[in-house]
Structures are given as structure tokens and as C-alpha cells.
Design a protein around this ligand. Structure first.
Ligand code: THU
Length: 160
């Protein structure tokens, strides 16, 4: 028997002022987008902002539904829209911000499993790693590649 260990490197920033201007802008866009959430069932507002290679920032927010599984997370709303509107623009980064009844979440929220799978597909589609910024009031996480969020992933390569 052998074991393997998979490491994930996460950078932690204590304030947005430690981020570069583009990253700050992306977090701010994600925060703004969270205000467009349609979340009457969870009262949890999530915003995602996707930076494309041409400099465009595409945003999305969670869209819920009375038939609960029919809703969609902010990350997938933003990424699917970006990929549909700008199919030839690679993704450079994504920022995610969330609030509840008490305001911005203290600790960063991380994309759900289904969203990670979509992040990974986008990374493979454009054959370029992109970063993820997870914004919390207390600190911000930066992960350099979508594949780091989904070890042992299922991908297009498994279909060959
Ligand atoms: N949600 C997101 O939009 N993104 C995440 O990363 C986690 C969860 C949404 C789905 C649902 O509308 C609400 O947050 C509560 O789960």
C-alpha cells in the first residue's frame, strides 16, 4: 500500500489593500454583484466577478427558485454568461463575495462542488490557469488555479 498527499497552496491577505488594483476591483465587483442576488429562500447573497483576458469584468449573483434545485450559484451564473458572451476570451480570475443578514461573511466562502467543476472546465477550455479570490471580512484567500480547488477531478481527459 502506498499513499499520496495532495497539497493546496492558499495565500491569505488580511486586507484588500494587500491586493493589487485589479484584484481589489474584482472583489469590489463581486460585492456589488451580491446586491443583485435573488435569494428569498436562503437570504444568503453571493456575488461573483469574472475577469476576462480582454479586461472585461462579467458579474453574476445567485438566483434561487421555489423549486430549490432549479436555482443557480453566483459563480456559475457569472462564468456561463462570460463564456456565452465572450467565448474566445480566457478567464484570468474570479472573485466571490457573500453576505447574510449580519452583513459580509467574516470568513471567505468557497465555491460548492458543482461550481468547482465548472471553474475547472473553464480552465481546461482556455488551457490557462486562473486565480480565485474568496473574500471575507476578516481575510481574503487567493488560490492560483481552479484545479487546486478540485483535486482528483473528473475532466475531459478522462473521456479519452
Ligand atoms: N451559493 C452561491 O451562489 N455560491 C456559493 O459558493 C455557495 C452558495 C448560493 C446558493 C444558494 O442560493 C445560497 O447561496 C445558499 O446556499
Amino acid at each position: 500500500m502506498k499513499t499520496i498527499t495532495i497539497d493546496t497552496t492558499i495565500s491569505i491577505y488580511n486586507s484588500t489593500t494587500e491586493l493589487n488594483q485589479t484584484e481589489q476591483q474584482l472583489i469590489s465587483a463581486a460585492q456589488d454583484a451580491s446586491k443583485t442576488a435573488y435569494s428569498p429562500y436562503s437570504n444568503f447573497n453571493v456575488g461573483a466577478a469574472v475577469l476576462l483576458e480582454n479586461g472585461t469584468i462579467v458579474t453574476g449573483s445567485n438566483q434561487e427558485n421555489a423549486a430549490y434545485p432549479s436555482g443557480l450559484c453566483a459563480e456559475r451564473v457569472a462564468l456561463f454568461y462570460a463564456n456565452a458572451q465572450f467565448p474566445n476570451e480566457a478567464v484570468i480570475g474570479i472573485a466571490i463575495a457573500a453576505s447574510n443578514a449580519n452583513g459580509w461573511v467574516k470568513t471567505p466562502i468557497s465555491p460548492c462542488g458543482a461550481c468547482r467543476q465548472v471553474l475547472l472546465e473553464t480552465e481546461h477550455r482556455y488551457q490557462q490557469d486562473f486565480y480565485t479570490l474568496l473574500s471575507g471580512e476578516s481575510y481574503i484567500y487567493k488560490i492560483n488555479a481552479a484545479k487546486d480547488l478540485l483535486p482528483l477531478c473528473f475532466s475531459d481527459e478522462n473521456l479519452l
